[in-house]
Design a protein around this ligand. Sequence first.
Ligand code: F6R
Length: 622
Amino acid sequence: MGRGGSAGTLAGPEGHGALDVVLEGLRRLEYRGYDSAGVAVITGNGIESRKKSGKLTNLLDELQANPLPESLTGIGHTRWATHGGPTDRNAHPHLADGGKLAVIHNGIIENFAELKRTLSAQGVEFVSETDTEVAAALIGELFRGEAGGDLTRAMQLACQRLEGAFTLLAIHRDQPDTVVAARRNSPLVVGLGDGENFLGSDVSGFIDFTRRAVELGQDQIVTITPDSFEVTDFNGKPAQGREFQVDWDAAAAEKGGFASFMEKEINDQPEAVAQTLLGRAGLDGKLQLDELRIDPSQLKAVDKIIVLACGTSAYAGQVAKYAIEHWCRIPVEVELSHEFRYRDPIVNANTLVVAISQSGETMDTLMAARYAQEQGAKVLAICNTNGSTIPREADAVLYTHAGPEIAVASTKAFLAQITAAYLLGLYLGQLRGNLFTGQIRDILADLAKVPAKIQTVLDDSDQVKKLARTMADTRSVLFLGRHVGFPVAMEGALKLKELAYIHAEGFAAGELKHGPIALIEEGQPVFVIVPSPRGRNSLHAKVVSNIQEIRARGAKTIVIAEEGDTAVQAYAEHVFYIPETPTLLAPLLATVPLQVFACELATAKGYDVDQPRNLAKSVTVE
Ligand code: F6R
């Protein structure tokens, strides 16, 4: 499986060589994934392919050592592994139909295990651990059988059987002037050239060759030849994409038209959460982890969980604590990885350590996890980077499928980590019998609604941005929250510190009266994360009193509240509403306006939000 960039091309006789176009596209798309890359072209001898784990340069070296012949039709892929490690063998393209068909894929095919079983029973042999190879085999079987040697038909029939999210591109030796592609819940754009046509995960894949593009709709298939393109739905009915002119430069195109990777990644969050949720329920409707090297009986015996993480990932851990304790009735401690090792922590074989790390390479967390393992604990990693050190050494892994996070400050990985932590809580609740199947189903149904709600928050974020732009001269901002709103407040403060270099603090709202309230003076901006009035009512009432206390002392209150909560309006200078959602899940929504605020304010100050000063994306020193 993979999430990544796919570039496909079909070059006409007057056009550019397919390999050059594909490699140029992959170079531009490498930001989408960089743990392996591969290409396949149609030549006089059939399909020839090269693929290599690691960055694109490894593939270029391979092509130097083993060149491919000139060709007019080719596809290529740069991978961000989700399942199936980042190896040469798992790299795309995957071949089928006796090497005559090549397929690349982004996304996750949820029913791949079932399809694999059926295809294996029919005698198909698989060489990789990927779901992509299963999709390739299915298209291959259909091409030879029901589709009567028509690649478009084979793709349509295959897509009718695939579940999940996918962009698929396929070429077949017997139709050398055709590339067929399909999309469901994963992006795909066609580039229209002069006597040559292109396909890409986004326009940066072909921006050096054409600016005329067609965006495909959901559940559509496109067939390109050098001088035509035809769109259908999965049933073969004619359909239409949306044609547009690309007016971004190449750098903006990589950022999806946004001014920064950070802004793009904030806007990627509905997809990051949706992808992290995808494919978790097995055929029996039960939740499953990605890698499990712990005996389930040991997980049942766990009597304490320690979450180890740093920075933003540690705040995701704090949210996890509320959910896991509530659902599983296991005590959860959250500890900064670098503090953990230097005291004398009580860890034994019944302790489950959950190491949360976007990069999977944070030295503090790696060392702490190793230490915990030495003490006999089992380590479960929640990680965004397949094949990185922390998940490699862990006893179990739950990957977040946020895709590569380029901006140094974490945004989409944070929401994906929280989502994964919820899944872990539900998994443990299921395993230990703390939750009934119906309860798990209800919570998963609530989670499934979250991506659309995040989109609503993003769509309504103009006022947040407007406020941020008026606050560029602010010297200090405070953030208050209770319950799961507390880690959200701390994350809001961290984003502002690291992006806008403004002093910011996140407090537990109840702690205010024990000291920090002394900081409040006339005009002090304070963000308050207000819990749902539908939840535990005392919580809402308490936070509303906290707002009154600080307002009485001159604070300028900026409130994040649930839609319909009119009670807060009287006490707030500004209110930003988020859609209704169960209290435990609210951090997935409440964090978003704070990210948007920090990003916009830092931009208004003229700072580089993708690479804030003094920071590195992956902190590999202690
Ligand atoms: C803040 C941020 C950092 C990281 C921290 C841990 O925006 O990105 O605080 O969360 O350095 O990194 P990972 O998750 O890679 O272990």
